[in-house]
Write a protein that binds this ligand. Structure first.
Ligand code: SME
Length: 171
């Protein structure tokens, strides 16, 4: 890559699987020389947002465990509009992924009890937990303005990304 910004150029002809494989390669390359979690998750938010640019994704980013208040997640690096700062673990889609350590694939946010609506435009969502040394670190969160915005393909690659993040970041 000639410039860092080039990493955020995704070929619009790529299918979702190929785009996500390319995203994981880019994240891995960027994280090779950097282990600071803020820097890595900030660039990862950009990669995610641009990767899903044509798919109606309106928010892509992270909530991390609040070290001052470990029953809560706190807003981390993201791309998109202003969002809720703090989410109790167990609440909403993010808090459920955090408390169960299981990906939450939500085809219609209105059907998810306790969904926290940071943006009324959001119709579907996927949240993937990040675990390091058997400890919850945070979650990846993607929102979409379309129903059924995400599938098992997204789940598979975003779970792979969560493992990569745990392997490459110092929290
Ligand atoms: N909808 C999430 C809240 C975070 S925003 O989507 C950015 C939830 O229910 O946890």
């Amino acid at each position: 890559m000639e410039h860092h910004a080039d990493y955020a150029e995704f070929d619009s002809s790529l299918n979702r699987k190929d785009a996500l494989e390319s995203l994981i390669m880019s994240y891995t390359a960027l994280a090779e020389s950097q282990s600071n979690w803020v820097a890595n998750l900030a660039n990862c938010s950009s990669l995610l947002y641009h990767c899903y640019n044509n798919a109606g994704v309106n928010w892509a980013g992270f909530y991390v465990v609040d070290v001052e208040n470990p029953d809560f997640l706190i807003l981390g690096p993201f791309m998109g509009k202003v969002a809720c700062q703090s989410i109790k673990i167990g609440n909403g889609v993010c808090g459920t992924a955090a408390s169960t350590l299981k990906t939450q694939l939500v085809p219609n946010v209105e059907d998810f009890p306790g969904h926290i609506a940071c943006d009324g435009m959001t119709k579907s969502e996927i949240v993937v937990p990040i675990v390091q040394n058997n400890k919850l670190i945070g979650v990846i969160d993607l929102d979409c303005t379309e129903l059924n915005g995400f599938t098992e393909v997204d789940q598979k690659y975003l779970e792979e990304l969560a493992v990569k993040i745990a392997e490459t970041c110092k929290f």
